[in-house]
Structures are given as C-alpha cells and as structure tokens.
Ligand binder design. Sequence first.
Ligand code: ADP
Ligand code: MG
Length: 354
Amino acid sequence: MAYKATSETGEFGLIERIKSIVQPTLESAPELVLGIGDDCAVWQPSTELLQVSSTDLLVEQVHFDLLTTPAKHLGSKAISVNASDICAMNAIPRYALVSIAVPPSMPVEMVEELYRGMESAAREYGIAIAGGDTSRSRSGLVISVTVTGEVPEKMIAYRNGAKEGDIVCVTGTLGGSAAGLRVLTREKLIMMEHIENNETYNRNLMADLQEYTGAIQQHLLPLARLDTVRFLHERQVTPSSMIDISDGLGQDLGHICNASAVGALLQENRIPVNSTARLIADELQDDALGWAISGGEDYQLLFTISKEEHKKIADNRDIAVIGEITPKESGLLLKDIYGITIDLTSLPGFDHFK
Ligand code: ADP
Ligand code: MG
C-alpha cells in the first residue's frame, strides 16, 4: 500500500478522505440536514427550528504561540472562532463543550486565565459553557471547543445558495488580524534576540504597540459577528449564502462559489481594508490588500444577497458591498483600481497542512 503524507493531501484533501469513510453514519441519521461541508453540521429536532453545531481545535505552535498570546485572550478567541461558525449559518449560538489537553508543567493559574477568557466571551454571546473533558498533554496545550446554536428553518444560510446577480457583502474590515500577527511576531523575534544575547529585555511593549492596537486586537481578540446576525434577523433578511472569513476573503469566497456553482467579480476599491493594517503594511513595506484577501482569521461574515433583499439592509454602514455573483464560467475575479482584472485563485490562500 502506498502511503501519502498529510502534508501532501493538504487539509481539504484529508477532510475529503475522512468524509468518504464516515459517510454511512450520515446516511443513517434521518434528522441530519447537513453533515460535512459547511461552517456547521445541521439537524432538525422539530419542525421550523434547526440546530447547528461546529467544533474547532487550537493547537499550541500550530494555531497559537503562548509567547505572543495571553492565556485569557486565547480562551476568548477559542470561543469566538466557534461562535463565528455558528453566526456563519445565520444562527444564534447557545451551548459550548470545551476539552483541553494540558502539559503538566503549565501553571493552574494559566488554565484559570484561559477559562476567564472563555467565560467573558461566552457571556458576551449568551453561550453557556456546559461541559468538556480534561487530559494531560505530552506536548503543548490543545484546546477543542464545540458550540451548538439554533435558527428558524427559513432563516438558515448555507454556502450553496449564491445566485448569479446577487450582491457580495462583507462585514467590518479585513487584513487587521494578519497585520497584528506580523507585529506580534516581530516583537517576539526582538525579544528572542535580547534573550540570546543575554541582555535584559526592557522594551516597553505596551507603549510601543499602542498605535497598532486596531490590528493586534483583531488578531488576539476577534469578535464573532453575532451583532450582524441579530441585525439580519431583526430586518427579516436571509442571505442567499454565507461563510465566516477564517481562511481569507479569496479562499472563503471560493468555498461559496464552489458550493453554489457560481463565479464572482470583486471590486478592489470596495474591499474594506483595516486602517491599522495599512499603517503596518507601510512600515513593513508589505501589502495590506494582500492581507485582506488572503490573510484570514478576521472572522468577519461574507455573504451574498439578492439586490431586492439588500435594499432592506443598505443603511448598515458596517456592511460593505464588494462585488457581484457571476456565472460559474467567469471564475473568481478581482477588478483592481486601474480596471485590470486579476484571477483571485492565483493568489496565495491558506492551507493548514502546508
Ligand atoms: P471552518 O474553516 O469553517 O472551521 P473546516 O475547513 O475546518 O471549516 O471544515 C470543513 C468541513 O469539514 C466542515 O463541515 C467540518 O465539519 C468538516 N471536517 C473537518 N475536519 C473533520 C474531521 N476530522 N472529521 C470529520 N469532519 C471534518
Ligand atoms: Mg467557518
């Protein structure tokens, strides 16, 4: 038997293989509306109401670095990224189960800080942390969070409902998280250098980083856009498709387009690039638009909506119109500020295994 490294299949290739093995279990569940392939699994316990659930794994040195991430922020982020997947279905988060694997050397106070962060985020979203599991870890800290939520059947938003002519919308700003990560990584390298040279590390980090708060906050403490979901419910508006931006605007729009069998045309000048990201990009001689398109981890909502429905939410200044859904054959395109069209799929995305 020929073996293939998981680094070769990539994250999505691996998930496809897992999916083909567990498929029979999905077919045996009559209430299950949707298994693998969207932001959440969906099932229907009663008429008119759908329940959704999503789980995420955070692994030390893969997803976070305790040198640049305070434990409390990490706890908050672990809840927020799951709440974000629930929001991406246009659903309201309800319960969380949290499992952790902890290295024996880790101080109890640090675990408590982690849970204080989780509690504060959970309270913010109205989520009850209802249980979990605890184990010792022989490597780093591992955090697994599962969140459930619910939504009236007629309001759920899948990835596969985008239609030609629909408007493409995004909440908030993009690129802040990637920019914040770059600043934090730079600070970490400076600190490591001081340690290696046996110098005292006395940089006043807080004073230094003040002007970057808008980006660092977006990276360390992203907020799930439950406020947007509540707004959509209030206005009785259901997006034709929706996803949260975890992998990057380009790749996540790709997920919607693939699932919906459509193409999309984005306008560069409409993409809401985080203003602190622009500042940081200038300093590091990097490209803020690139971070906005492929940086990921901003946890904003990306959705499509018919022109008619969009009129009901057009007054919301936190929701930007960034493009339009086109036929599948047109592909995924970005029109830049000079009117030149670029293939979005040619830009680097994000794959967890590579
Ligand atoms: P997201 O970026 O929204 O968290 P993922 O890319 O992690 O979504 O997952 C895509 C889909 O694959 C989801 O439906 C998820 O439930 C499913 N999935 C991911 N990993 C596994 C796994 N190990 N076993 C079963 N399903 C999985
Ligand atoms: Mg998601």
